[in-house]
Write a new protein. Structure first.
Length: 596
């Protein structure tokens, strides 16, 4: 459960079928530590059970609404991820039949429905009950269930929310993510859409919701426990920031074969790629920021128009999609509901979908026509760091693959860009050396009311990412703006002492843009702002003008976000730590957002 806590940490609970034959449920609001205290000294004499960490959707994060939920007599325990969209209707029906609810959740209805079905089917199994109940549910759900009267079995079902089976020796596991069981087995099976699985000590059986035999997707977990542990760092996030050179290197590795950029999976042919006449990039949050960077690279290299859109908005505005549209869906988890629905909408309109994902076999890559994996390894800190830089590397590969297919770049040009990308891990390594300076600066601005971030060109998405990291980790008001837009309104926010962080372009590679940014630094400094500039090593003009300079190594313009984002990630982490917050588990957030 600790390894899944990144998915939600409002409350935690367990429900086990005890050797004595009953069900024992213990659940507590807050972190798993509270549950551990409640369980201290308890002997859970059991061989089957369920455990859950919650990210609240329906019902406040208190003891009552924590999972598992049970039927009235406490025979069946249910845990759930997702949202049961028809829960109000199900609840009304159950209440009309005399059922009393003990929580405000959408989940509890499932426990009562299971019990009602079992009462009507004297010889029915809990697996059959779950199949029947799933047929009545709308929305997204992973459900895992135990029944005290059918010990030795655990049953689970999934629709639009992940579920992975771990196949051990004389033991079986079910979890949202293989991290939960890699200590015991690395042999796993990803359950498919609308499937039910029943596990017993020595086997498993998968069916669809109607009982027809079905198969999951077997895979071997290729990262080890050490990758999911802190390795000497106080926080996962600090470790993951340091892992960025390796994450980018692993993402690029093996993708240039005989001078050709190759993806991991490709179910579209070269002709279809050549026929693409426009590109949409859809993603959320940090992945959206990597999508904004993709626009600069793809348009520059391929001359294709690229639109970048927040996945949560995409399908609600009837975007113009057809067979010649390529939709690039970027998602670390591969299970973000907004992005998944955008993918489904695009495919329903016959567009081709290329997924960039960090999770092998997740739903988004499974439903896409082509896949490029970011091999960043497991990211446990809730704020995305190494997966962002890995995504920036991956979108660059996608741009090169498209340029190659369309003939807008010759083979040797593609190879040169690839080589420049392959040199980036070394530059990120050097960018990481500013950590001590950033820590000192963080202490100075940790009490500010707000922080503004400015950038132009690819520096603008970096500014947005710096602001997002600060909001989510330090709970400070932070905004990212295109530096040129500032004078059209936001400059009114600038007042004495306000920290303004500016992402400078290279004075050598982009002299005109650099000059414009210098003017913007001067404008805010003239109004009393405390200017902090992320600048290329040796940028004397920036050094003269700004109150503080954090230097990063010189890099090709399109790849420069890979280095300029590093001090901003560290700045947000250090400010949050200075303010006393847990940077791995920011309030109100969860790593995987499997609800819309
Ligand atoms: C921010 C963060 C989120 C995610 C977003 C998309 O640090 O982690 O903004 O980037 O929820 O998640 P994925 O990439 O899993 O689709």
């Amino acid at each position: 459960m600790h390894r899944l806590e990144y998915r939600g940490y409002d409350s935690a609970g367990v429900g086990v079928v005890t050797a004595a034959g009953g069900l024992r449920v213990v659940k507590k609001a807050g972190r798993i530590a509270n549950l551990e205290r409640a369980l201290a000294g308890a002997r859970l004499d059991a061989t089957t059970g369920v455990g859950h960490t919650r990210w609240a959707t329906h019902g406040a994060p208190n003891d009552r609404n924590a999972h598992p939920h049970t039927d009235a007599s406490g025979r069946i325990a249910v845990i759930h991820n997702g949202i049961i969209e028809n829960h109000a209707e199900l609840r009304a029906r159950l209440e009309a039949a005399g059922v009393e609810f003990a929580s405000d959740t959408d989940t509890e209805a499932v426990a009562h429905l299971l019990r009602a079905w079992l009462d009507e089917h004297a010889d029915g199994t809990i697996a059959a009950a779950l199949r029947a109940v799933c047929q009545q549910l709308a929305g997204a759900f992973t459900l895992v269930v135990v029944d005290a009267e059918q010990p030795g079995a655990v049953v689970a079902a999934r629709r639009n929310s992940p579920l992975v089976l771990g196949v051990g020796d004389d033991e079986m596991f079910l979890a949202s993510d293989a991290a939960a069981f890699i200590e015991f087995t690395r042999d796993a099976v990803a359950l498919g859409q609308d499937q039910v699985v029943e596990i017993t000590r020595d086997g498993y059986r998968i069916t669809d919701f109607f009982g027809a035999p079905a198969a999951g997707k077997p895979f071997h977990v290729d990262w080890d426990l050490a990758a999911a542990e802190k390795g000497g760092f106080q926080y996962f996030m600090l470790k993951e920031i340091q892992e960025q050179p390796a994450a980018v290197a692993a993402t690029l590795s093996g993708h240039l074969i005989n001078g050709q950029v190759v993806l991991d999976e490709q179910r579209v042919d070269q002709q279809e790629l050549r026929d693409v006449d426009k590109v949409f990039v859809v993603a959320c949050g940090t992945a959206y920021h990597s999508g904004l960077i993709a626009k600069y690279a793809i348009e520059h290299w391929t001359r294709l128009p690229v639109e970048v859109e927040m996945a949560s908005e995409f399908r609600y505005r009837d975007p113009v999609l057809d067979r010649q549209t390529l939709v690039v869906a970027i998602s670390q988890s591969g299970e973000t509901a907004d992005t998944l629905e955008a993918v489904r909408h695009a495919r329903a309109q016959k567009a081709k979908v290329l997924a960039i994902c960090n999770t092998n076999g997740a739903q988004i890559p499974r439903e896409s026509d082509a896949v490029l994996y970011t091999h960043a390894g497991p990211e446990i800190g809730v704020a995305a760091t190494k997966t962002f830089t890995a995504q920036v590397a991956a979108v660059s590969l996608v741009g090169l693959a498209l340029a190659q297919a369309r003939g807008t770049k010759y083979g040797d040009e593609v190879a040169r860009e690839y080589d420049a990308l392959a040199a980036m891990p070394e530059l990120i390594e050097r960018a990481l050396t500013v950590t001590d300076q950033v820590r000192a600066l963080a202490g100075e601005i940790a009490d500010s009311r707000a922080v503004l971030f400015l950038g132009r060109h690819v520096g603008y998405p970096v500014a947005l990412e710096g602001a997002l990291k600060l909001k989510e980790l330090a709970y400070m008001h932070a905004e990212g703006f295109p530096a040129g837009e500032l004078k059209h309104g936001p400059i009114a926010l600038v007042e004495g002492g306000l920290p303004v962080v500016v992402v400078m372009p290279s004075p050598v590679a982009r002299p005109t843009l650099h000059q414009k940014l210098l003017s913007n630094v001067a404008e805010v400094a003239a109004r009393g702002a405390r200017t902090i500039v992320i600048a290329e090593t040796g940028d004397r003009a920036a050094r003269t003008l700004a109150a503080r300079v954090l230097e990063v190594p010189s890099a090709p313009a399109l790849f420069s976000p890979l280095v300029s984002v590093v001090p901003l990630q560290t700045l947000a982490a250090e400010i949050a730590l200075a303010r006393g917050f847990d940077i791995d588990k920011p309030r109100n957030l969860a790593k995987s957002v499997t609800v819309e």
